[in-house]
Design a protein around this ligand. Structure first.
Ligand code: OFO
Length: 171
């Protein structure tokens, strides 16, 4: 059974993962309207993956005798200044999520909740991958330069299979 402090922290993470899903969905939709099918596809898959992360938290809270709360999610921005700025925002957001997961790890230690500590390791590893993916995409953008967005869009399309596999892992 999880204690109230852990339950609260996990429920806060439900909100953060759900917001991540909305954020990437909004970015996907924006990219689609700009004709960037590859970027949009990558972000749509990413949004699905975040929804799976949210579900993992919801199910774990309930399984451990807590009560998962599905909150209202704040509305993400509608516009992005550029593709590069958008992926910089993705990386920044993932760094924020990593620090949030690390705070839960620290809380599990102080609360001596070794079951949740063990369970959350999946997310610790997942965050390494999330930050690496965003960094690699920014590296590609820097290599190609923003003038070569068509090539970048084609290239990111080839990452779709890998991202989709990540979604399957999250179930
Ligand atoms: Fe759920 O990993 Fe991104 O936010």
């Amino acid at each position: 059974m999880i204690n109230k402090k852990i339950e609260k922290a996990l429920n806060e993470q439900v909100e953060k993962e759900g917001y991540s899903s909305s954020l990437y969905l909004a970015m996907a939709s924006w990219a689609e309207t700009k004709g960037m099918a590859g970027v949009a596809q990558w972000l749509y898959v990413q949004s699905d993956e975040e929804r799976m992360h949210m579900l993992k938290f919801i199910k774990y809270i309930n399984e451990r005798g807590g009560k998962a709360i599905v909150p209202a999610f704040k509305q993400p921005g509608k516009e992005n200044a550029s593709v590069k700025k958008m992926f910089e925002d993705v990386l920044k957001h993932e760094q924020f999520i990593s620090s949030s997961i690390n705070e839960i790890v620290a809380l599990c230690t102080t609360e001596k909740d070794y079951t949740t500590l063990n369970w959350i390791q999946w997310f610790v590893n997942e965050q390494v991958e999330e930050e690496t993916n965003a960094t690699q995409i920014l590296d590609k953008l820097n290599l190609l330069g923003e003038k070569n967005l068509y090539m970048f869009d084609r290239d990111i399309m080839s990452l779709r299979g890998k991202a989709a596999a990540g979604t399957a892992d999250a179930t």
